[in-house]
Design a protein around this ligand. Structure first.
Ligand code: NAD
Length: 257
């Protein structure tokens, strides 16, 4: 039986990498997110190269009804959801006193609340099958903070709480839920915050990379998209059945300090 994997925010960056990794194993994948329609269709088609089917759903992760429809569409098309990856996320960098209120609300909605909505929608189907895997893409910022990222850090700490609480509720139904906490990965999300961080700290963009982003990554290297994707593959495997309610860091040693 082919597994069906739903990945939120998977038209770009880490989410698309995770979709590619599951598709390479022959899974059916449901991708989601924004972007150019022709590029999304190209990505969707390429995900079918290994025998699985790929469905695109454009649901906005700030809208509960659209999130419910994403999961309902996956269940209707493929007969259930075996793996849910909550990955959609945005960032905004600003001192707290200037932080736009609507940006705070949007970050909490996409980076935290959308996972409550996807989880509540998939759990009944997973409980019925007595099997399921939920993987939340948190961040090193789910464990430690940086200045000027109050909403993001709050949301990512929140997702670790959701992970622990739900793990206890579903543990006896063969369902695991865990978080992955990557350090800096060079994706569009990170590229976009370089100019703002440079402005907020009064330094150059190159200094943002070396002195801010990689300062605490002891390896002095960015994490790769595929390294995050392969960790998701492991957490979705049978070998990981006793891993639940926890987080795995992939941060080049950042949070060891
Ligand atoms: P990205 O900007 O490349 O991708 C984000 C994805 O989310 C895109 O597909 C985008 O269309 C989608 N998205 C944004 N708003 C949405 C909405 N309202 N509804 C549906 N989809 C929406 O970013 P990324 O770096 O690949 O980040 C993916 C996840 O990884 C995020 O949760 C991010 O916080 C986390 N993360 C990233 C890094 C990093 O360094 N890049 C580090 C740790 C954690």
């Amino acid at each position: 039986m082919k597994r069906t994997v739903v990945i939120t925010g998977s038209t770009s960056g880490i989410g698309l990498g995770i979709a590619r990794a599951f598709a390479a194993e022959g899974a059916n994948v449901v991708i989601n997110g924004f972007g150019d329609a022709a590029e999304i269709e190209k990505a969707r088609k390429s995900l079918e190269a290994h025998g699985g089917k790929a469905l695109y759903h454009g649901g906005d992760m700030t809208k509960p009804a659209e999130i419910a429809d994403l999961i309902a569409s996956a269940e209707k098309t493929f007969g259930g959801v075996d793996v849910l990856v909550n990955n959609a996320g945005i960032q905004h960098v600003s001192p707290v006193e200037d932080f736009p209120i609507e940006k705070w609300d949007q970050i909490i909605a996409i980076n935290l609340t959308s996972s409550f909505h996807t989880v509540r929608a998939v759990v009944p189907g997973m409980k019925a099958k007595k099997k399921g895997r939920i993987i939340n893409i948190a961040s090193a910022h789910g464990l430690v903070a940086s200045p000027y990222k109050s909403a993001y850090v709050a949301a990512k700490h929140g997702i670790l709480g959701l992970t622990k609480s739900v793990a206890l509720e579903v543990a006896e139904f063969g369902i695991t839920i865990n978080a992955i906490c990557p350090g800096y990965v060079l994706t569009p999300l990170v590229e976009k915050q370089i100019p703002d961080t440079a402005k907020a700290r009064g330094i150059t963009e190159e200094q943002v990379k070396t002195e801010v982003m990689l300062r605490l990554q002891a390896t002095k290297e960015f994490v790769s998209i595929d390294e995050v994707a392969q960790t998701a593959i492991f957490l979705a495997s049978d070998a990981a059945r006793q891993i639940t309610g926890t987080s795995i860091s992939i941060d080049g040693g950042w949070t060891a300090q």
